[in-house]
Ligand binder design. Structure first.
Ligand code: BGC
Length: 384
């Protein structure tokens, strides 16, 4: 912590050089002269905030779903309100780019690092450097693994997301009323994202007993995570796999009764594949409450999604980062449950985790769940 409070300016920039020159780090100050995305009106001084001169480095992954994109503006606004200096970068080029971005943030002396990893197992070297420099590391949304240098984890309860998806699939199938056994297919997220297995295992905790008792049949036989994962969270990979499944396993009029999809982007790709095959749409789950899927859920085309309100996650992450920067050894996050056992970054090394509660959304409860989100309420009303 530096003794003098200076005017904080939020920077969201796309190139490393600009990030560092425009936003600075320890002692770097701020500059509006770079001509890049120095957020207007982002002075924390006027808000009378408690941020002091904390500088936060935010490393984000690729924009594989709407929640990552939305987070950028929220970080800008909330960093400004808190009066802290934030440098936010996406690593659209992949893991090596993210490693370089984090290394440069450390080099430039940020006070705290917040990391939404592409592949949380590949950042060990950078995290070690952060540890040596005395910079607290917070994992955002995705747990960092293969490291003991991670201080905190903040996320929605992603295992719980999987459970909600499994339950929604069963409920959707029951509501449809077709006789059992129900044919289903399973899709997973990208194998390099530590959340993907959590979503899948959470869902399988609910679905496996129903597979074992014969209520559900994974007709393709592809029920192992490695077989059902979707590399890079890319919708075309899910669409291609769904199309192949329809050709290989569901001849003629046949179609699965339900499909477990880990998020909305993939759900829409799966539904598109079914529609292109000219077949009726099964019960399909999702996650993220993405714009298009909110409409599809309200219209009954996609059975469910999940609401992980990004506003709360961003606010919580900033609160945690500020407490960590200020050296609070026992930080708290409003509205989050603290878990000190469940999330291990390495075997036997649990990370103190702050978990927010995800909510399932279906046609029946969409209005209730989104009532405090004006944007999503507009989508609901437009789709009705
Ligand atoms: C996030 C999901 C998102 C997925 C793809 C996961 O790590 O938790 O919300 O759908 O990444 O971006």
């Amino acid at each position: 912590m530096k003794p003098l409070k200076k005017i904080a300016t939020v920077c969201a920039v796309s190139t490393l050089a600009f990030a560092m020159s425009a936003c600075g780090g320890r002692g770097g100050g701020t500059s509006d002269q770079s001509g890049v995305a120095a957020d207007s009106g982002a002075s924390g001084e006027s808000a009378g905030s408690a941020g002091g001169d904390i500088s936060l480095g935010i490393a984000m992954p690729q924009k594989t779903s709407q929640n990552w994109v939305e987070a950028e503006q929220m970080f800008k606004d909330d960093c400004a309100e808190a009066g802290i200096t934030c440098t936010l970068q996406f690593a659209n080029g992949g893991v090596a780019e993210q490693q370089n971005q984090i290394a440069a943030m450390i080099e430039n002396g940020v006070d705290v690092l917040l990391i939404g990893a592409i592949d949380g197992s590949q950042l060990g070297t950078q995290l070690q450097q952060a540890k040596s420099a005395g910079i607290p590391v917070i994992a955002y949304d995705r747990l960092l693994t293969n490291t003991t240098d991670e201080d905190y984890y903040i996320a929605y309860d992603n295992y719980g997301v999987g459970k909600l998806q499994g339950q929604a699939l069963l409920e959707g199938l029951e509501a449809k009323g077709t006789p059992t056994p129900w044919d289903i297919e399973l899709f997973g997220g990208s194998p390099d994202d530590s959340n993907s297995l959590k979503f899948f295992n959470g869902a399988m905790e609910v679905l496996q007993p129903k597979i074992d008792d014969g209520t559900l049949v994974v007709k393709s036989g592809q029920n192992d995570f490695t077989k059902v994962a979707t590399q890079g969270w890319k919708p075309n990979n899910a669409q291609d796999r769904m199309s192949s499944l329809l050709t290989s396993t569901y001849q003629g009029d046949e179609v699965p009764d339900g499909v477990l999809s880990p998020n909305d982007t993939l759900a829409r790709a799966i539904i598109t594949a079914v529609e292109q095959a000219g077949k009726p749409v099964p019960v399909v789950t999702g996650q993220d409450s993405e714009d298009e899927s909110v409409g599809w859920v309200v219209q009954g085309k996609q059975y469910s999604t999940i609401f992980k309100d990004t506003r709360l996650l961003v606010k919580g992450a900033i609160q945690l980062a500020m407490e960590a920067a200020q050296g609070n050894a026992d930080p708290t996050v409003d509205g989050a449950t603290v878990d000190k056992e469940q999330y291990e970054s390495m075997e036997g090394h649990a990370v103190t985790s702050f978990l927010l509660t995800p909510q399932i959304v279906t046609q029946d409860n969409a209005e209730e769940i989104y009532k405090d989100d004006a944007h999503r309420m507009e989508l609901v009303n437009a789709a009705k």
